[in-house]
Design a protein around this ligand. Structure first.
Ligand SMILES: Nc1nc2c(ncn2[C@@H]2O[C@H](COP(=O)(O)OP(=O)(O)OP(=O)(O)O)[C@@H](O)[C@H]2O)c(=O)[nH]1
Ligand SMILES: [Mg+2]
Length: 455
């Protein structure tokens, strides 16, 4: 499948450190190791750490005093004979050791080539190999947990299960092709349709988890909007727990937008405080309002702030008209004062947005608002059991689901079994692409080139 030569690279990051690891993998790993370590490699126990000296046999001097291990195939990361040399972590030493290894016949590894070999040797499937990269790149607990779950095979197992089900179904459909006189019976059709629907449900859960994962990684952008002086900046400060935005009783205080992130039960929310919206203003305030409108267009949701102590104004209504069709919440602020707002009128103008009564001043109602905001974007607080984070997986799952929609249509229309079979095969192929049972070199190159050298 690939050229079984011996590759080598430095597995640790560049620069100075306590230890650096030079790793070799392939059929000559043991020979090269024993040549530069000046020892007979035949007697090495696998998975044992030895003490030794790396020598340059040509020049006859010691390059470094090291620890090294021999990992006999197939019980190594790559599934091949592997030698790991732990040398002192200075650039000069590392260069010397790697230089010797290469001079003795190893080839310098390409980015991700060790992991690629692990995949090609069946040590990992494709989703697990990709999870290695995700784990290396993780920046938060949640991201690391998701990557670990995928590395341990959570996603692969689910995809394999679904594939099995499709293969079972395919067997039945193909039997109907081979024995046309026994066309798929009506009863059997219903049974097949039920099975396909079950697979579609589970595919949909995986596809939905992608959105969840994306939200957890990237957060949502929420724009705080409203007419001047309703308390947008006060609300921003209250949600952040610090006085970040300037608050005064002069309408038109906020001119530029302010961005800060709050963490709502694991959901990062990027809040934008903006200039109050009103018509017929000029100068700096007008520019601020234009910025608000632009931010509003770029946000994924809004917090519309209204002043509960005042009846709705024409300006409030204009803002509400802009928000028709937006996702978000209505915040009726200043509920520490006597309330004069007509909530029913607000509900009539923005029926889809839930209303929350708060006081940015006394912080009353803020916890409910936080929960409401969280639920508005992550309707179930439940973390999906398996989270799809990779866009390649998501695309393949989407393709599998559309093929199954075709299967349904074909069965409903009573089309012949060979047509049903083609769509089922397509769905199966899409699932196999995810785990890498069928794949092509382009995809592999694209995946593994994202890795660092030495992994
Ligand atoms: N009583 C009371 N006053 C509040 C509350 N929230 C804000 N205010 C007051 O309302 C005034 C305006 O508050 P801001 O937060 O600056 O209002 P804004 O919507 O950001 O105003 P612009 O930036 O001008 O659009 C200030 O005097 C605040 O102290 C509240 O919950 N209760
Ligand atoms: Mg303000």
């Amino acid at each position: 499948m690939y050229q079984a030569d011996t590759i080598a690279a430095v597995a640790t990051p560049p620069g100075e450190g306590g230890v650096a690891v030079v790793r070799l993998s392939g059929p000559d790993a043991r020979r090269i190791g024993s040549e530069i370590l000046g020892r007979k490699g035949d007697g090495w126990d696998s998975h044992r750490l030895y003490h030794g000296r790396v020598r340059d046999p040509a020049r006859g001097f010691v390059v470094d005093e090291v620890m090294f291990a021999f990992l006999q195939q197939p019980k190594s990361y790559t599934g091949e004979d592997t030698v790991e040399i732990h040398c002192h972590g200075g650039p000069y030493v590392v260069r010397q050791v790697l230089g010797l290894v290469l001079a003795h016949g190893a080839r310098h590894a390409e980015p991700g080539e060790f992991t690629k070999r692990a995949f090609l040797n069946g040590r990992l499937d494709l989703t697990q190999a990709e999870a290695v990269l995700d784990l290396i790149r993780s920046r938060t607990d949640k991201a690391a947990n998701v990557a670990l779950g995928q590395m341990e095979g959570g996603l692969s197992q689910e995809v394999r299960d679904l594939r099995e089900q499709l293969v079972d179904t395919l067997v039945q459909v193909e039997a109907a092709i081979d024995f046309p006189e026994e066309e798929i019976e009506l009863l059997q059709r219903a049974e097949l349709a039920r099975k396909v629907a079950g697979v579609v449900d589970r595919l949909s859960a995986l596809i939905d988890s992608y959105e969840w994962g994306r939200l957890i990684r990237e957060g949502v952008r929420v724009c705080i909007v409203g007419r001047p002086n309703v308390g947008k900046s006060s609300l921003m400060n209250a949600l952040l727990g610090v006085d970040r935005a300037i608050v005064t009783d002069t309408p038109g205080t906020t001119r530029d937008f302010i961005e800060e992130t709050v963490n709502l039960s694991g959901l990062p929310v990027v809040l934008w405080d903006t200039a109050g919206l009103r018509e017929e203003t000029e100068g700096v305030e007008r520019i601020g309002i234009d910025v608000t409108l632009q931010r509003l267009a770029e946000s994924q949701g809004c917090l519309l702030v209204l002043d509960g102590s005042s009846p709705l104004t024409g300006e409030d209504r204009k803002v509400m008209e802009r928000l028709r069709g937006s996702q978000g919440l209505v915040v009726i602020n200043k509920n520490d004062l006597r309330q004069r707002i007509d909530r029913a009128a607000v509900a009539e103008l923005l029926p889809r947005l839930r209303q929350f009564e708060v006081s940015a001043l006394t912080e009353q109602g803020l916890d409910e608002l936080r929960t409401g905001l969280h639920d508005c974007f992550l309707d179930s607080a439940e973390e999906p059991e398996i989270v799809v984070t990779n866009v390649r997986h998501k695309a393949a799952l989407d393709r599998a689901r559309s093929s199954l929609a075709e299967v349904h249509r074909a069965m409903d229309d009573g089309l012949p079994p060979d047509i049903v079979a083609v769509d089922l095969q397509e769905a199966r192929d899409s699932l196999e692409e995810i785990i890498g049972t069928v794949t092509n070199d382009d995809i592999l190159d694209r995946i593994f080139s994202q890795f660092c050298i030495g992994k």
